[in-house]
Ligand binder design. Structure first.
Ligand SMILES: Cc1cc2nc3c(=O)[nH]c(=O)nc-3n(C[C@H](O)[C@H](O)[C@H](O)COP(=O)(O)OP(=O)(O)OC[C@H]3O[C@@H](n4cnc5c(N)ncnc54)[C@H](O)[C@@H]3O)c2cc1C
Length: 469
């Protein structure tokens, strides 16, 4: 600190999962000093406000920061995730990030300003404002500002719903389901995303009859089969999934044809075979969870909720009846934000975004490594071009096929390849240890035969997208 001004190499705004993975990679590879700021008092971002029954959608084995395991790296033997790598609960994830941060602080290389708001000033001027005292802390940054808020996740506990509620109707955020004092007349789940799926799954697991659940689902999504995104001992299935994906893209004549192929191969699911999904946000389910959710037959597809009344719910395109003794469960928070239209690396700034189809924390760790390993911004951006943040069904093409081109660019660099090999967050790490498995060999051949034709077919397929209806 000089003249009351904190000096640091990197000022990282946000201390969620993205920031933590980035800082871990950056500080593991060098001696750069980091100031980490978050308006929340604890690290871990949105996980601090998640509902109590939340779990990762993906295996713990590939989530968190590279330098510390999350969970026990084991395969579940019972429950809806049986046969797949374990998925941490929210409480475990929150404790994990606190432990990671506490491990960093004693050396002084990383300082944490929890409960502080970041306020941007003029060029090179940064201020942190305590939410408790109002005290301001000026920060001078020697190298770069790191914006780790771009994928900021909105959750029902803290967002403002986009609908009004009659005083006599009961609407609760999903997290309050566990605190209900008595059984209501029925449940209406509001929202189409993974949080809504989690709420329905939890109610069904806890014995609620599917006929007592109504689901207000404005749009349907394509869902990833969890069996096709498994690390470690199950990585051959992941490679087979990659092979099926690129082969399907290479052979498809239209987007409709592509999704037919992906669905018939089992790589993608939809909840209702009679409804064409228009969304893809990377949500992942097991077959057991999918089959459970299909038991819910009361689905209202009349657009978004506008008003929850005491006897009816008003939607964009109509109304459905409800009652005073129904609990309406708000699962309408948008999840992660759209990525900004700016490069990841700039001379004085890094904007964390996803490069590959790998999970968010893997991508952030990769950017931390590239920041330490390459000096030139142009070269950093050549290696790390942002991918599309998935939202529409056709975004599957960039995430699950186009991103292989970006991975190829990265793995052409021997140091990056070596980093990937030691990165526990990398889904297909250790793939070469499975070359004795004929399934793996055949998947790799199928993948490499189809990759070029698939990449060449992305644009023609996108041209067949239907205009949004
Ligand atoms: C239920 C659920 C399950 C999920 N499961 C997975 C999964 O299995 N795998 C996966 O990859 N992703 C999953 N995700 C996506 C999830 O968004 C990411 O994994 C990750 O947690 C996002 O972290 P983040 O750091 O980008 O965002 P956040 O967690 O939102 O963190 C951003 C932080 O920035 C802070 N901030 C913003 N602006 C300021 C400011 N001006 N000053 C100070 N602080 C600021 C916020 O307080 C926040 O803490 C899941 C999401 C949900 C909702």
């Amino acid at each position: 600190m000089r003249d009351g001004v904190i000096e640091t190499d990197y000022l990282v705004v946000g201390a969620g999962a993205s920031a933590m993975a980035f800082v871990d990679a950056l500080t593991s590879e060098g001696d750069a000093e980091v100031v980490l700021v978050d308006r929340r008092h604890d690290p871990g971002g949105h996980w601090n406000d998640a509902y109590s029954f939340v779990r990762l959608h993906q295996p713990s084995a590939n989530y968190g920061v590279n330098s510390r395991f999350l969970g026990t790296d084991s395969i579940d033997t019972s429950g809806p995730n049986a046969g797949y790598y374990e998925r941490a609960r929210g409480v475990e994830i929150r404790a994990y990030y606190r432990t990671v941060l506490d491990g960093w602080l004693p050396s002084g290389q990383v300082s944490f300003y929890g409960g502080h708001e970041y306020v941007a000033g003029g060029p090179g001027e940064h201020t942190l404002v305590s939410r408790l005292t109002g005290r301001t802390v000026p920060v001078r940054v020697r190298r770069k500002l790191v914006d780790a808020t771009c994928l900021e996740t909105s959750v029902p506990a803290t967002h403002t719903p986009g609908f009004t509620v009659d005083p006599e109707a009961t609407v609760v955020p999903v997290g309050e389901l566990v605190g209900l004092a008595e059984a209501p007349g029925g449940y209406t789940i509001l929202g189409a995303g993974k949080t809504a799926m989690d709420a329905c799954t939890w109610l069904l697991e806890n014995g609620v009859d599917p006929d007592r659940i109504r689901w207000v689902r404005p749009r349907d999504s394509w869902l990833i089969d969890r069996g096709s995104v498994q690390p470690g001992e199950l990585v051959a299935a992941t490679m087979e999934g990659f092979a099926v994906a690129v082969e399907s893209v290479a052979q498809a004549s239209t987007l409709d044809d592509l999704f037919r192929r992906l669905e018939s191969s089992g790589l993608l699911f939809r909840l209702d075979p009679a409804v064409a999904p228009t969304m893809f946000r990377g949500a992942t389910l097991s077959e057991v969870e999918r089959d459970a959710l299909r038991q819910i037959e009361q689905v209202a597809r009349l657009g978004r909720v506008r008003h929850v009344g005491s006897d009816r719910i008003v939607l964009d395109h109509g109304e459905v009846p409800t009652s005073r003794d129904t609990v309406h469960v708000d699962c309408t928070a948008y999840g992660f934000a759209n990525a900004p239209a700016r490069p990841i690396f700039e001379p004085d700034r890094i904007t964390l975004q996803s490069v590959t189809s790998g999970f968010i924390t893997f991508n952030s760790a990769l950017l931390g490594y590239i920041e330490t390993a390459r000096d030139e911004v142009a070269e950093q951006n050549r290696l790390c071009e942002p991918g599309v943040q998935p939202s529409r069904a056709e975004d599957w093409l960039d995430m699950m096929c186009g991103s292989h081109e970006r991975v190829r660019r990265l793995t052409a660099e021997s140091d990056v390849r070596a980093w990937l090999d030691r990165s526990r967050l990398y889904l297909t790490r250790g793939l070469r240890n499975h070359l004795g498995d004929p399934r793996m060999r055949s998947a790799m051949t199928r993948f490499s035969t189809n990759l070029e034709p698939a990449l060449a077919n992305i644009k023609p397929l996108l041209a067949t997208a239907r205009p949004p209806g």
